[in-house]
Design a protein around this ligand. Structure first.
Ligand SMILES: Cc1ncc(COP(=O)(O)O)c(C=O)c1O
Length: 448
């Protein structure tokens, strides 16, 4: 039988620090819960705007469809990338004008297009002739932007093939839009989520430039380019447990250069839009969960493995745990003797496990942890509340709290103004808990 061996020292700490607001909320929490640091999200937003001046931000709502977050981003000047009528309705409830919201999903039904149009949306993503025909019928006169396919190489989630079309198709799609009485307004790309290379951005700008020139030849003059999402979080580790170190400065440089180049190529006024999701919220969210059990079991191949089972996993907050490892903190076991363990969630499902394989993907876990000990899961704010399952194996969706420490006093007014349709509940001064996320209650303007 093999003995469990100690792993080498943990890999270098990722570049995302735990904010004081998150730290104290995690420390005070008695139950499992995800916390968002609103001031931290605002700081990321402001930093992004100063790195990419002149590029408008439309937050990709699916990364964090939490009202308080959306209202605050809207108050800072952001718009929204929405992917369904429900998301559009939620975006509009922040008080943001409809022209700062677009229907960014190329996958739409006739009914969805008509509903978005009824709600005042005039900008629609597209990538095919049937979709253009449907937009012309159900959103007459609307503006469309055509999504170009990218390879997704260099990203953790490539997003390739389901969306986007070739350069030649984009010319067909946008000229057909013009002929159908729509305004061919823009082009878009998405370089893949958690894109880790600057080269992917440079390649995307090359592609965009070629199509802009070709469209010009066809007499189609666009007014904007939508650069999609893909900007990385800074606090993840990869599947092997090595801290990811995205070259953010290089990425920003590539984007700035690309924007300049496209503006020169175009020769007229060309606006730019970015749709960040995880970059704004991932490192600003953290989960407080607890230990179910640390076990040591001999596997059929004779290997003895430690497994750490937590209260939170793939189906209640960590949907992306099959691609990335999150940094764990065991606050009641500082400087403890550790064992390398596979980390898994609480359900009776083997998918509910951090990535692991022969001697990789193991996490250093204090040998003495006991059932009930708190565990903090860092950089877990993106795609957390949006990917919660409903009662999988009887586990409730993870509740959330939005921390407003350090957010200006005006926040309460912004919130009251933004959700003026009766959906807002009275809020506690420091943290707003578990307010409405998505769904019928919001769309109908009822309290949840
Ligand atoms: C159209 C679109 N824009 C933006 C995003 C946000 O991507 P990210 O979280 O990588 O920034 C997504 C996410 O899948 C998307 O589908």
């Amino acid at each position: 039988m093999n003995q469990v061996t100690e792993l080498p020292a943990p890999t270098p700490a990722p570049r995302a620090a735990l904010s004081p607001a998150l730290r104290s909320a995690l420390a005070a929490a008695g139950e499992d819960r995800i916390f968002y640091d609103l001031a931290g999200i605002a700081r990321r937003y402001t930093a992004l705007r100063s790195e990419l001046p002149g590029v408008a931000v439309r937050f990709a709502m699916k990364a964090c469809p939490v009202d308080e977050v959306l209202v605050h981003l809207a108050a800072l000047g952001a718009g929204f990338d929405a992917a369904s009528p429900h998301e559009i309705a939620q975006a509009l409830r922040t008080g943001v004008p409809a022209d700062r919201v677009h229907y960014g999903n190329t996958v739409k039904s006739d009914r969805g297009i008509a509903e978005a149009y009824r709600l005042g949306i005039r900008d629609f993503a597209t990538d095919s002739l049937p979709d253009v025909a449907a937009i012309a019928e159900h959103a007459p006169g609307a503006r469309v932007f055509c999504r170009l396919a990218t390879s997704g190489e260099g990203a953790l989630w490539g997003l390739s093939r389901k969306f986007g079309c070739s350069a030649a198709d984009a010319v067909r799609v946008l000229t057909a839009a013009r002929d159908a009485g729509l305004t061919p307004a823009g082009l878009s790309v998405h370089v893949g989520s958690q894109q880790l290379t600057a080269g992917a951005w440079t390649a995307a700008f090359e592609l965009l430039g070629g199509v802009l020139v070709e469209l010009d030849r066809h007499g189609v003059r666009l007014d904007h380019v939508n650069l999609g999402g893909g900007l990385p979080a800074l606090g993840y580790a990869d599947r092997h447990g090595t801290a990811l170190d995205p070259p953010l400065d290089e990425i920003f440089r590539a984007v700035r250069q690309g924007v300049d180049r496209l503006r020169r190529l175009h020769g007229g006024a060309l606006d730019f839009v970015l749709e960040p999701g995880r970059h704004l919220v991932a490192d600003q969210g953290a989960i407080r969960t607890h230990v179910y059990r640390l076990t040591s079991r001999e596997q059929p191949d004779g290997e003895r493995e430690h497994w750490l089972y937590l209260g939170c996993g793939k189906f209640n907050g960590l949907y992306e745990m099959d691609q990335v490892q999150y940094r764990l903190v065991f606050p009641t076991h500082p400087a403890a003797e550790c064992v390398p363990a596979v980390v898994a969630g609480p359900t009776c499902d083997s998918d509910d496990t951090f990535p692991h394989g022969a001697a990789t993907g193991l996490v250093q876990v204090p040998r003495a942890v006991a059932s009930g000990d708190p565990v903090w899961i860092l950089s877990s704010g993106a795609y957390a509340v949006s990917y919660l399952t409903q009662g999988f194996n009887g586990f409730d969706p993870l509740p959330y709290t939005v921390l407003t420490d350090g957010v200006t006093d005006g926040f309460a007014d912004e919130f009251a103004d933004g959700i003026a349709d009766g959906t807002a509940q009275s809020a506690e001064p420091v943290a707003r808990q578990n307010r409405i996320c998505l769904g019928e209650a919001l769309v109908n303007g009822e309290e949840s």
